[in-house]
Design a protein around this ligand. Structure first.
Ligand code: NAD
Ligand code: ZN
Length: 411
């Protein structure tokens, strides 16, 4: 089959690799009908997440048709259309029983690697380095889905892929970001980053009763979408001297009640601290650039909440812990507990409360992945979200059930 393979920083290729097959009784094999590139993939693409290996198949936002199921998968049938969540969860451990699916104790066969860095291991993730399992991702023609009796969400026949694809990650992620922000009716919510995650956090903030939403970014088309579709007030951070002062002014000195960092470890900026991060990250003395985190902490109102869906990988400097403590802030974060949110959020899609396809700017073939990654990284051509459909150029491939796919994960 064809798959998008990582060959090193900023170097991906579409390669021919062995087809995946069922390895365990709870596996399924899914033929991918649509897959997307996520902001999280950019951290891999740019080389900021350790333990990737040459040839690893990327992709954790995907959906498709069930081709084969293992003997213990009783809830899916061949031919069914499913959306697959990005985190892999066994459904049986203490964490899964408590709906903390992205913290599943059984789905990461390389837990020891993550334990070295984090103390404990999060769940296995599709296409997201060996530290989170080494699972082959879904930017491919086919994928093996472990614990298929727990993760994949069947969707109604006939619904367009692009109306439900983002249930695989970014809609639930924006939703959990808003939930973690502990929004009370009437609250002012500030959202850093108007990428796909920021856009869905904005939509979700309104659904949870926000009174005002203020969105921060620098790309006009992203700010415009936040303003039009998201009904947000906007700040172009390149047009103001200080985001902190601007937000303070907009809130009568008090600061936003809830702050959402939908940017993560690769924040840009022109302030002194942002330049410091850039220099230290370049020489590998700091893994992440926490500029947005610092701004959010400094401007959040006393007793407010900071929600962090943005991904961080390692260690940060100049973290204003004194402000967190003395202002009595709450910080909530995490990889999204996908399996908790997919079903209720599908309901919102089906009853017309939200159109997930609003953010799509690029519809391409899987063969176009190298260019698509470059465009999305640089946010060229007004790119907000790329969806790729294998075989839309007319080179479909037939699954023959041979080979065992890439990756070292046999969970
Ligand atoms: P994206 O790259 O499309 O968007 C990031 C946006 O942040 C860009 O528009 C960029 O201009 C903006 N930005 C950069 N620096 C900024 C600053 N200083 N102030 C304000 N905005 C700034 O990515 P995305 O797909 O929207 O993802 C956003 C983040 O969410 C990433 O870190 C991604 O890894 C993370 N994510 C987390 C989860 C999860 O489970 N927690 C899931 C999906 C994505
Ligand atoms: Zn993602």
């Amino acid at each position: 089959m064809k798959a998008v393979c990582w060959n090193g920083p900023v170097d991906i290729k579409v390669e021919d690799v062995p087809d995946p097959k069922i390895l365990n009784p709870r596996d399924a094999v899914v033929r991918i009908t649509a897959t997307a590139i996520c902001g999280s993939d950019l951290h891999l693409y740019n080389g900021f997440i350790p333990t990737l290996q040459k040839g690893d198949i990327l992709g954790h936002e995907f959906m498709g048709e069930v081709m084969e199921v293992g003997r213990e998968v009783k809830n899916l049938r061949v031919g069914q259309k499913v959306v697959v969540p990005f985190c892999i969860a066994c459904g049986r451990c203490w964490y899964c029983q408590n709906e903390l699916y992205s913290l599943c104790d059984n789905s990461n066969p390389n837990a020891w690697m993550a334990e070295k860095l984090f103390g404990h291991s999060p769940a296995g993730l599709f296409g997201y380095s060996h530290m989170t399992g080494g699972y082959a991702g879904g930017q491919a023609e086919y994928v093996r889905v472990p614990f298929a009796d727990v993760g994949p969400l069947p969707v109604p026949d006939g619904i367009e892929d692009e109306k439900v694809l983002f249930l695989s990650d970014i809609f639930p992620t924006g939703w959990m970001a808003a939930e973690n922000a502990e929004i009370q009716p009437g609250d002012t919510v500030a959202v850093w980053g108007c990428g796909p995650v920021g856009q869905f956090a904005i939509q979700s903030a309104w659904m949870m009763g926000a009174g005002r939403v203020i969105a921060i970014d620098r790309f006009p088309e992203r700010l415009l979408l936040a303003q039009s579709w998201g009904r947000a007030e906007i700040i172009d951070y390149e047009e103001v001297d200080s985001v902190i002062d601007t937000l303070r002014d907009m809130t009568g000195g008090r600061g936003p009640d809830r702050c959402i960092d939908a940017v993560g470890m690769e924040a840009h900026g022109h302030t002194l601290d942002a330049l410091y991060d850039k220099a230290k990250q370049a020489v590998r003395m700091e893994t992440d650039r926490p500029h947005v985190l610092r701004e959010a902490i400094m401007v959040c109102r006393k007793g407010g909440t900071l929600s962090v869906p943005g991904v961080y990988g390692g260690f940060i400097d100049k973290f204003p812990m004194g402000a967190v403590m003395n202002k009595g802030l709450t910080i909530k974060t995490g990889q999204t507990h996908m399996q908790r949110y997919m079903r209720p959020l599908l309901e919102k899609v089906l009853n017309g409360e939200i159109d997930l396809s609003k953010i799509i700017t690029h519809r391409l073939d899987l063969d176009d992945a190298p260019g698509a990654y470059a465009t999305f990284k640089k946010k060229e051509d007004h790119c907000i979200k790329v969806v790729m459909k294998p075989g839309s150029n007319g080179h479909a491939h037939r699954h023959n059930g041979s080979g065992n796919g890439r990756g070292d994960a046999h969970a």
